[in-house]
Write a protein of this length. Structure first.
Lengths: 147, 412
C-alpha cells in the first residue's frame, strides 16, 4: 500500500499584517498579572465568555458586564502529542487540554503538566499553575496541573 | 418553483495517487472532463455552464479555473469557482444544482481537482486556518506552541485529536473502534479503482501498529494527500430524459456553518469540537426538504467526509442515521460493510483518498454511482439503492454540506 507522509513548507505570517480584535484578550491579560481571570458576561442569557466577548454570540446583544472566573476547572477534552509538526518523535509526550474554568462557559486550551498520560481523563479536575513573575502575557499562565 | 435536477454522469481521472508526474494540473483536470463526456456521450456543446472547485491556496494558484479554462471546455461560457475548504466539492455541486433548479441553465458540469504533489498541503492548510488562528489569538491561545497556553498539536491532526477524544468520551467507543473503522475503509478502497490507499487485507490490528501522532489519532487514521480530479454533470428533468439512461436525482441540498474556532456556537455548547451542530442542522433541513421522515431506516447507502477515521462514526451519529453511541456498535456488527444493512463509505472514504477539492464531490458522485448501479471494481452494494445520503465537512472545522439523492425524481 502506497502511503504518503510529506510535511514541508513554511507559513510566513510575517508576510501579512493582521489586526487582532484584542479588547477581550487585553482585559484578561491585564488581570492575569494578579492571578485573576476576567472575562465578560451576557446580561441577557448569562453566558460567561473567557476571554471576554463584547457581543453575545448566542443572543447577538452587546455585552458590557465583566465577570471573574476561577483558575480551577474541568478537563473537557485532551490529546497527547507524540511527534512534532515534522513527524519527529518528541522526547517526552506532550499533553494538551481543553478546560472549562469554573464560572465560565467557554473552553480554553492549555498545556498539562505534572501528570502522566495514563492518568489523564475527561472530567479530571485541574488548576492553573501561575508563573512567579507575571507581565500580563499569555505566558503568565504556565500550565494546568492536577487540582 | 424549483425544477427537478438529476446527475446524469460522472468522470474521474483514471487513477488517484500521491504523485501524477506525467501530467500538468490542467492536463489532469482534462482527463476527468474527457471521462465525463465519454461516460455520457455528451459533447462540450451540451454544457451551458461550468462550476469549478478546488482548495484555496493548495497549489499556490489563485485562479486555477481560468488557467484551465480550455481544459474544462468553458471558452465562451459562464464559469464560477467555489471554495469553502474541505466542503468545496459539494458546495460546487450545490452551485451546479442551483443553476439548473433555478432554470438559469439546463446542463451544468461541475469540475473539481487537487494536485497535492505540485503544491504544499501544510502551507495551504495554514492559509485556510488563518481566521481560526486569529480567533484563537483573540481567545487567549498562544499559537506559537510550546509553553504557557500554547496547545496546538501538529497540523490539522492536532486540532482533530481533541475532537476524536471528545467523540470517544460521548459515544463510549474506544480507539480500537477507530482502528477498525480505518481498516474497513482501506479494504473498501481496494475494491474502488478510483481510490488511493488500498489494502484488501487491512485489519484493525495492522492500523493499531502505526505510529501514535496525537492521542487518540494514529497515522493509520489519517487521510493521504492525493492527486486527482472529478467531474459531475447535472441536468434538468427534461434534458435528463433526453440525454441519459441512468439518473441519480437530487432530493435535497443543505448547508450550515458556525464560528471559526470549533464549529459549535449556534445554540448549544460553545467549544466542543465533537459537537458539530452545523451537521445536525444541515441534516435536519435536508431531510425536511427531501421528505425523509426516519433517517435511521430510509437510506440504502451513505458517504461520509472523513479526513480522519473517527469522523465516519461521529458523523453517522450527528447525521441522525443512528443513535448517539450506536455507530461503533453498527461497525462491530458489520452493518457498515458493503454487504451490510447500512453500507457506509463503500468507496473507501476520504480517509483512503483525499484530493481535497474533489473529496466532497466524490461523496455525491459515489452515492450517485451506487444509485445508478455503476460503481466499478466490486464496491457496488449488492442491493437496490433508492435513497443515498452524502455528507461533507470542511471550512475551518465548522462548515457542513449534505445532499440527499434518490433513484426517482422528487414528487412535487
Amino acid at each position: 500500500m502506497e502511503e504518503t507522509k510529506v510535511v514541508t513548507g513554511a507559513w510566513e505570517l510575517s508576510t501579512f499584517k493582521f489586526r487582532v480584535e484584542g479588547e477581550g484578550l487585553r482585559l484578561m491579560l491585564e488581570n492575569m498579572k494578579d492571578k485573576k481571570l476576567v472575562g465578560t458576561k451576557c446580561s441577557k442569557c448569562g453566558t460567561v465568555y473567557i476571554p471576554g466577548n463584547f457581543y453575545c454570540r448566542k443572543c447577538h446583544v452587546k455585552i458590557d458586564e465583566q465577570a471573574e472566573v476561577s483558575d480551577h476547572g474541568t478537563v473537557m477534552s485532551y490529546t497527547v502529542g507524540y511527534s512534532d509538526v515534522r513527524g519527529n518523535p518528541l522526547e517526552e509526550p506532550r499533553i494538551a487540554v481543553e478546560v472549562k474554568l469554573d464560572g465560565g462557559d467557554t473552553w480554553i486550551m492549555g498545556v498539562m503538566q505534572e501528570c502522566k498520560p495514563e492518568d489523564m481523563e475527561i472530567g479530571k479536575r485541574v488548576k492553573v499553575k501561575w508563573n512567579e513573575v507575571r507581565s500580563g502575557s499569555l505566558q503568565d499562565m504556565k500550565a494546568f496541573i492536577p487540582e | 418553483m424549483m425544477r427537478n435536477v438529476g446527475i446524469i454522469g460522472v468522470g474521474y481521472t483514471p487513477i488517484f495517487v500521491s504523485k501524477r508526474k506525467d501530467v500538468s494540473i490542467p492536463e489532469m483536470i482534462s482527463e476527468a472532463v474527457d471521462a465525463g463526456f465519454r461516460n455520457t456521450g455528451l459533447t462540450p456543446e451540451d454544457i451551458d455552464a461550468v462550476i469549478f472547485g478546488n482548495m484555496q491556496t493548495f497549489e499556490g494558484v489563485n485562479l486555477p479555473h481560468l488557467w484551465a479554462v480550455e481544459h474544462i471546455r468553458a471558452l465562451g461560457k459562464p464559469v464560477m469557482r467555489i471554495a469553502t475548504g474541505g466542503t468545496t466539492g459539494m458546495s460546487a455541486f450545490h452551485a451546479g444544482y442551483y443553476h439548473v433548479a433555478s432554470g438559469m441553465a439546463d446542463v451544468v458540469m461541475v469540475v473539481t481537482y487537487e494536485k497535492h504533489s505540485e503544491g504544499d498541503a501544510q502551507v495551504g492548510l495554514m492559509g485556510i486556518i488563518t481566521p481560526e488562528v486569529m480567533t484563537m489569538l483573540q481567545a487567549g491561545i498562544d499559537v506559537t506552541g510550546g509553553s504557557g497556553m500554547g496547545a496546538i498539536g501538529g497540523g490539522s491532526a492536532g486540532g482533530i485529536s481533541f475532537q476524536a477524544m471528545s467523540y470517544l468520551n460521548h459515544s463510549g467507543a474506544s480507539i480500537e473502534h477507530i482502528d477498525a473503522m480505518a481498516a474497513m475503509e482501506r479494504r473498501n478502497a481496494a475494491k474502488n479503482p478510483y481510490a488511493h490507499l488500498k489494502d484488501p487485507e487491512c485489519t484493525a490490528e495492522k492500523i493499531a501498529e502505526t505510529a501514535m501522532v496525537s492521542y487518540p489519532i494514529r497515522f493509520g487514521h489519517i487521510c493521504p494527500t492525493t492527486d486527482g480530479s472529478t467531474v459531475c454533470i447535472l441536468a434538468s428533468e427534461e434534458k435528463a430524459a433526453e440525454l441519459a439512461d441512468k439518473v441519480a436525482w437530487v432530493w435535497s441540498v443543505a448547508n450550515c456553518c458556525s464560528d471559526a474556532t470549533t464549529g459549535n456556537l449556534v445554540d448549544g455548547m460553545i467549544t466542543d469540537p465533537a459537537e458539530q451542530r452545523p451537521c445536525m442542522i444541515a441534516a435536519r433541513q435536508a431531510y425536511e426538504r427531501a421528505g425523509i421522515e426516519d433517517p435511521k431506516t430510509e437510506f440504502d447507502v451513505i458517504e461520509i467526509y472523513n479526513g480522519f477515521a473517527h469522523q465516519t462514526l461521529m458523523f453517522l451519529e450527528k447525521l441522525g442515521v443512528c443513535e448517539v453511541g450506536e455507530a461503533h456498535k453498527l461497525l462491530e456488527a458489520g452493518e457498515l460493510e458493503i454487504e451490510g444493512r447500512l453500507p457506509t463509505n463503500a468507496s473507501g472514504g476520504v480517509v483512503s483518498t483525499n484530493s481535497i477539492g474533489t473529496s466532497a464531490l466524490n461523496r455525491v458522485t459515489e452515492a450517485a454511482l451506487q444509485i445508478m448501479g455503476k460503481a466499478e471494481g466490486g464496491h457496488q452494494v449488492p442491493k437496490d439503492v433508492h435513497k443515498a445520503l452524502a455528507h461533507s465537512w470542511g471550512g475551518l472545522m465548522q462548515y457542513v454540506a449534505v445532499t440527499v439523492l434518490g433513484d426517482t425524481p422528487p414528487r412535487k
